[in-house]
Design a protein around this ligand. Structure first.
Ligand code: ADP
Length: 512
């Protein structure tokens, strides 16, 4: 094979990172470019497709220049992007409006209409995965049909963020299976758009693009795209995946039933499986980057952001001390000095409401059982433990409701940098926790490996197991099991006990 490198783009909400790897996923360089989110009205969140393009092309140019990489040394390129976006494109290939992104919750009323149409949220969950919210694609499509019907009439195809970037690169309008599977209109068994659901829901089936698996080659860079990137015309573009299914590959937990935890600002638990159980309890079943598997995903709204919050509120002075290089490292050291159970304080991490293990927009956080004997260090440890209780609850649901049986789980994302947190997660969940090399880059590395499969470097996704290195493991410590079992039991009761009060406090403010 001529060439040496893969360029993988991790296109997030506030910016886009281009990573240069080899086909084994080893990282040689990365470059980040911001893109703005616009909030034209409350609950709305939009982005300019041109801004994504500028970010991916500029970051690529920087990668090539800084790494002194010859364009001919680039084997292929792939995008792994934020999911749930919708970009209506005209027949000439121009976006008809700014992209409506995942963060946009304007379609709340349409989500309710949709659920009424499907009689009951449970039925919706049984058909398409999880209950619909105003952030989902189908309600957003309904919003467009109701509010911008002329624009819908002029739409040739609806693309998502990845689809837009692939189109602009190759001139071909497609949707990768993972992106299609979060629309609620993709049949996970036949891997086709679901004509029955399209007709039933009044969705314009002809406006949805051709479908391709994540590892398939879509085409080569067009002349003008090649010029924008600084790459050779014809450089292969691999179809790509959504960020979560891409990160699942980067975790290395790609075998049947294997799972990972993503600990970023928010978080999720993801499991890949050949089965396609229907979603409940906030667990959605979508397509995995591996065409032979589904991906169960339970998203939690707040994970690392709870640590960020306590760093900003309780460790402000330390943060402004030039001698403190990294406040998280300082907090990690403090947490290890506090006993397991944090003096029996329970912190519940529902700072912005929750999606899973409970689906509740009104619930908020609590420090329970505080006394004058406690210090801020106890409260700090309680925050680390509170996120871990929430993860244990999700894992319990995965086990009891979805038959997930594993005793081992991988952890990726920025939060995986702190070893004390990983030990707490092992102790609280009772699972062996495995940390991988470069956990924060798991998304980009995963995408690069999907591309390597597309190039034929590996026969299938199972072959990637050997490629991702585990750098450290954390086994649950028996001496902490009793206190965590007891506090976890109380943790679940806190939710139930306060549910009504949270609704009373927040319903009016947040709307029904
Ligand atoms: P995002 O999801 O926004 O991309 P990252 O993957 O970068 O976020 O993760 C950011 C989170 O990582 C922070 O909110 C913080 O809680 C956590 N974090 C960073 N360093 C450490 C550390 N040393 N120990 C524990 N958590 C950390």
């Amino acid at each position: 094979m001529s060439g040496k490198y893969i360029i993988a783009h991790d296109v997030g909400t506030r910016g886009s990172k281009a990573v240069l790897t080899d086909p084994e996923g080893r990282i040689f360089g990365s470059a980040f470019e911001n893109h703005e989110v616009h909030y034209p009205q409350s609950h709305w969140a939009e982005q300019e497709p041109d801004d994504w393009w500028r970010a991916v092309t500029r970051s690529t140019q920087r990668l090539l220049t800084e790494g002194q990489v010859a364009p001919g040394d680039v084997l292929c390129m792939i995008f792994s992007t934020q999911m749930l976006g919708i970009i209506p494109m005209d027949a000439e290939g121009a976006p008809l409006r700014p992209g409506i992104i995942w963060l946009d919750g304007r379609a709340g009323p349409q989500a309710k209409q949709l659920m009424r149409k499907l009689i009951h949220p449970r039925i919706f969950a049984a058909v398409v995965g999880a209950e619909a919210t105003g952030k989902d694609v189908l309600p957003k499509l309904m919003w467009l049909q109701q509010n911008e019907p002329d624009l819908v009439a002029r739409t040739h195809k609806f693309l998502d963020v990845n689809g837009y970037l692939v189109y602009r690169s190759t001139g071909r309008m497609v949707a990768d299976w993972t992106a299609a599977s979060v629309t609620g209109l993709f049949n996970l068994k036949s891997k086709k758009w679901d004509d029955f659901l399209m007709r039933f829901l009044g969705a314009p089936g002809d406006k949805f693009p051709e479908l391709l698996p994540s590892s398939e080659q879509v085409g080569g860079l067009t002349t003008s795209a090649a010029r924008d990137f600084g790459l050779l015309e014809g450089t292969p573009i691999i179809c790509g995946a959504g960020d979560a299914p891409g990160a699942a590959v980067g975790s290395g937990a790609v075998g049947e039933g294997e799972g990972h935890i993503y600990l970023g600002t928010s978080g999720w638990v993801g499991v890949v499986t050949e089965k396609s159980p229907t979603g409940r309890y906030g667990v959605a079943t979508i397509q995995s980057a591996d065409p032979t598997k589904c991906f169960l995903i339970a998203e939690t709204e707040t994970a690392g952001i709870c640590l960020q919050w306590i760093a900003d509120q309780f460790y402000r002075r330390e943060q402004s001390d030039p001698a403190v290089e990294n406040v998280f490292a300082l907090m990690d050291a403090v947490v290890q000095e506090v006993e397991a159970g944090a003096g029996r304080i329970i912190f519940t991490p529902w700072m912005y409401g929750e999606r899973s293990p409970v689906s509740d927009v009104y619930v908020r956080s609590t420090f329970l059982n505080l006394s004058c004997d406690h210090q801020r260090e106890h409260m700090l440890r309680a925050v680390y433990e509170g996120v871990a209780y929430n993860l244990r609850w999700i894992l319990e649901i995965m086990r009891h409701k979805f038959g997930w049986q594993q005793d081992v789980i991988r952890v990726i994302g920025g939060g995986a940098r702190g070893d004390p947190w990983l030990q707490i997660i092992a102790d609280v969940t009772g699972k062996r926790v495995e940390k991988v090399a470069n956990p924060r880059q798991a998304g980009a590395v995963g995408a690069a490996l999907v591309a390597a499969i597309g190039l034929g470097v590996y026969p299938d996704f199972q072959a990637l197991k050997k490629v991702i290195q585990v750098t450290r493991t954390f086994d649950p410590r028996a001496e902490n099991a009793e206190i965590y079992d007891e506090l976890f039991d109380a943790y679940k009761k806190v939710y139930r006990a306060l549910k009504g009060i949270h609704r009373q406090l927040n319903q009016e403010r947040l709307g029904d």
